[in-house]
Design a protein around this ligand. Structure first.
Ligand SMILES: [Zn+2]
Length: 201
């Protein structure tokens, strides 16, 4: 989906309706920064806002996602494309999260098994040390791969300005987090906040 084109289309139809960004924001109960973000192509409205926004702008969701008005002929074809695109985006993010779990669990299991073996089985000291060393390498590489995959799954949204971004590796690893929130510094406004993760942009 072409976010810049969609943004221009939102701006154009908003002006046709003779509304300001603030008015649109008030009607949708969101900040005017969020509206400005959409119009500059820095993010799409979340699914729950699509229909109310389109009603305000006097367009269909299909037209919004296409970034242009559609005649009857184009309508059906574009609808199919848009649905497939939306599904693909979510699916890819989900796949990465599943892959993350599938990487982490076997690595930790393998690591723990090796450590147990090293402790329980009659072995010379240096073999034990070697095994424990290997166990740590296995666990550490599992965690590294998991971090790389997880960081790329979806985007984080700044609480202050609504910017959506993929954090850099250092910020990602150092950031305190829960399952869906992570404390990150926003690249746009520079403020730190607990950013919510979204599966699609
Ligand atoms: Zn920000």
């Amino acid at each position: 989906m072409d976010q810049v084109k969609i943004g221009r289309f939102i701006q154009m139809t908003r002006k046709e309706q003779k509304m300001t960004q603030r008015e649109v924001a008030e009607r949708l109960n969101i900040s005017d920064k969020t509206v400005s973000k959409w119009e500059t192509g820095n993010g799409l409205p979340e699914v729950g806002l699509l229909l109310p926004l389109c009603n305000l702008l006097g367009i269909s969701v299909n037209e919004l996602l296409s970034g242009e008005r559609l005649d009857e002929k184009q309508y059906y074809k574009r609808a199919e494309e848009n649905i497939m695109n939306l599904m693909k985006e979510k699916e890819e993010a989900k796949k990465k999260i599943i892959l993350t779990v599938l990487t982490i669990i076997p690595c930790i299991l393998a690591g723990v098994t090796i450590i147990l073996l090293a402790g329980l089985v009659e072995l010379s000291v240096w073999v034990r040390i070697l095994l424990i060393g290997i166990a740590f390498v296995v666990i550490a590489s599992g965690l590294t791969v998991a971090c790389i995959l997880d960081r790329e799954a979806g985007v984080y949204e700044c609480k202050h300005c609504g910017e959506r971004f993929v954090p850099d590796m250092k910020g990602y690893i150092m950031g305190a987090h829960t399952l869906t929130l992570r404390k990150l510094k926003c690249p746009k406004c520079g403020q730190k906040s607990y950013c919510k993760r979204h599966l699609s942009r």
